[in-house]
Design a protein around this ligand. Sequence first.
Ligand code: HEM
Length: 416
Amino acid sequence: MSEGASAVTSRHPPVEDWATDFDHTDAAWAADPYPIWADLRGRCPVAHSDRYGGTWLPVTHELVSEVAYDTEHFTSRSVVVSEDRPGPDDLPAPIGLSPPITSDPPFHAVARGMLLPAFGPRAIAAVEPFTRDLCRELLAQTEGQASFDAATEYARHIPVRVIVRFLGFPAEDADSFRQFIRLVLEDVDTSAGDEAREAMFAELDAYMDAQIDDHIARPRDDLTSFLIDAEIGGAKLSREHIRGTMILLMIAGIDTTWSAIGASLWHLARHPGDRRRLAAEPELMGTAVEELLRAYAPVTMARLVAQDFDFHGRPLKEGDWLLLPFPAANRDPAFFADPDVVRLDRATNRHAAFGLGRHRCLGSHLARMELRVAIEEWLACYPDFELADPAAVTWSGGQVRGPRALPVRIRPVRTG
Ligand code: HEM
């Protein structure tokens, strides 16, 4: 973490002791969570906090993995920690609000299996030229500027426009989605107001309904029409299912990939050796993308405890939250050699950035393609760059962590 980098701040009181009072929206977590997790690994591999009505936090790869694979003691009914803890009647299992991420077995496998073809290699390859053109267009808009914000002028536009195209929404609607996503994923300390949140959800539901109606009237070759045509057990999906999955794909695909692209550029801005090596050895791109995903994994998920039970000496109670920090698993020295060192050619890299177990990211091929193309096009245009002002870099808090302000200075390429 660079000296002086700051974070998008939480409205909660600052954390006193991370083992007994942690808060993933705390400014210190957003700015630099790695020392926090390293400290906890030594002290108590499962931390507890009374915040959000009671939350647990395992920080080793072994325990994160154990929870991710255990769908008996943990439910995915809600995967984003909030003050508003949903009861079983609010989000009825096994479907949940946004299948498949909020679904439990056995329904989960059905909801997930149905989506697989839409995220296969052919579908991703088809959207790559659009992604590449988009990156070039965004970079062309920065031409002639000695410095600009790589997070807001480049990284953040890529995933939102790709997913809007994937879903078949009008391109001009892309920008309006971001405020909503910020509210869902980052403003979980509800001083933004429950009413504001609810109004935003209602607005989004209405938008999705209008898109579904439009696609029923005029079917197209896109993901929305795919969902409308899809069947489970010979029956079409309910409108709630279609809408929930569309919202999930938007939420799951935007902030996450924006964060991964931004964090990768942040790394390359600060490590000239890696930057030059990647520009000179493009064949390294495959392992480099995996390593950047490992080191700066943006996504922490959550589970609700499904039943009282003892988890490694900790008394988990039904309805407690549990944060599942895949980024912490990726920095566990018991699982990765020198986890805090970025090695672009790391050969063995079974990282958990896309999760572990049955909910493993469905969009991982899409995300990898976007990250690779975004870095390739950036380096082709700007092989040499650095942070313009390290103290001005800000990171989002909450469950998706990535740079939200990333001012960079472009260094002219020397010729001759
Ligand atoms: C770098 C970018 C991304 C990261 C780091 C990421 C990470 C994750 C993680 C950790 C999970 C596991 C959830 C859990 O265990 O509860 C997940 C699930 C999921 N992701 Fe991603 N994701 C990314 C991009 C995307 C994209 C681009 C899409 C699609 C548009 C997507 C769609 C999904 C879906 C549908 C699931 C739920 C799968 C299931 O429940 O079976 N993700 N993602």
